[in-house]
Design a protein around this ligand. Sequence first.
Ligand SMILES: NC(=O)c1ccc[n+]([C@@H]2O[C@H](COP(=O)([O-])OP(=O)(O)OC[C@H]3O[C@@H](n4cnc5c(N)ncnc54)[C@H](OP(=O)(O)O)[C@@H]3O)[C@@H](O)[C@H]2O)c1
Length: 337
Amino acid sequence: MGSNVNRRWLLAARPSGNLKDSDFQLDTQPMPEPGEGEFVIKVTHLSFDPTQRGWIGGDTYLPAVKIGEVVRAGGAGEVVASKNPNFPVGMKVQGAVGWQEYCLTDGKGWWPTVPLHPGLSPELALGLFGTTGITAYFGLLDIGQPKAGDVVLVSGAAGATGSVVGQIAKAMGCTAIGIAGGKTKCDWVVETAGFDACIDYKSEPVAKRIRELAPKGVNVVFENVGGEILDAALANLALKARVILCGGISSYNAASAAEIQGLKNYMQLTVMRARMEGFIVLDYAARFGEAAQALGKWMAEGKVKSIEDVQEGFENIPATLRRLFEGKNFGKQLLRL
Ligand SMILES: NC(=O)c1ccc[n+]([C@@H]2O[C@H](COP(=O)([O-])OP(=O)(O)OC[C@H]3O[C@@H](n4cnc5c(N)ncnc54)[C@H](OP(=O)(O)O)[C@@H]3O)[C@@H](O)[C@H]2O)c1
């Protein structure tokens, strides 16, 4: 298999507040050997997702990663040893591989291992055609139900999910307005991701700018950030607006509930007869193929593109997770081992 050891990043402490180096610990183990029904994946790519902060912080929609366990992560790689006929040596796969160089698995669990679709690079499989694109697709279409001509407001617009949401909205004939941090990101959201406009929440009054850009209100809000940004969106709803609560990254590093910014404008949901609904992409597992087909069609038509931000190196894994919370990533955050 080319190596005798398996390097792994373990959870060393339950994080509180911003992530620290001391929350993770490097560990070296002998190369795992597959038992009956098992196989070993040489990990080549890792996906970085804000939800990982939740997984290591405590119980969420999945049980918390325990102290001393390999940090949970999705990724892709190649089977290098196998006692499972469904996953022969040489097969390219994706699944829950974790922060390690070699993953021993039976392929089952909350995120089962599946072969990489032939013709899809690991970057595409983990990005546009992975949970990122699928989250954007089902959140926007199923919950947001956009119609041509609607105004769609997207927070976290320069991120993985947000940048795909805006592109889908444009492909469906909507106006896409983004919210992102900093001028460079806002320029990128318009020029590279193709939104109609983008508001810099770090230097502009967000609620006022939404009002200027969408004087009749916004029909769909795709919320990735929460807190003050969601409040600014709620202040600008159109009648019967749909607010998709995809995520609230502004609160993920909060050390306690007291640090989380509550909502002041929620009664606008009543005034505007609007609806706010959350979802978890895993709920749509049975329909993932539908999203992949639609995204593939839009990509072939040049309407939606995959935008990835690929870091390098096993040593840089914890720092790469922090990039999401420091706003350093443009598009989907990945790392190549
Ligand atoms: N419901 C689901 O099933 C599901 C599935 C996938 C993702 N999500 C959620 O979708 C959201 C986006 O995830 P992603 O994977 O696409 O990540 P991402 O947007 O690529 O990366 C995170 C971005 O969030 C912004 N951010 C970080 N801290 C912030 C803060 N305090 N205030 C405002 N913005 C902040 C940063 O952009 P700026 O530089 O612009 O600040 C950063 O680049 C997350 O909330 C995630 O939990 C939900």
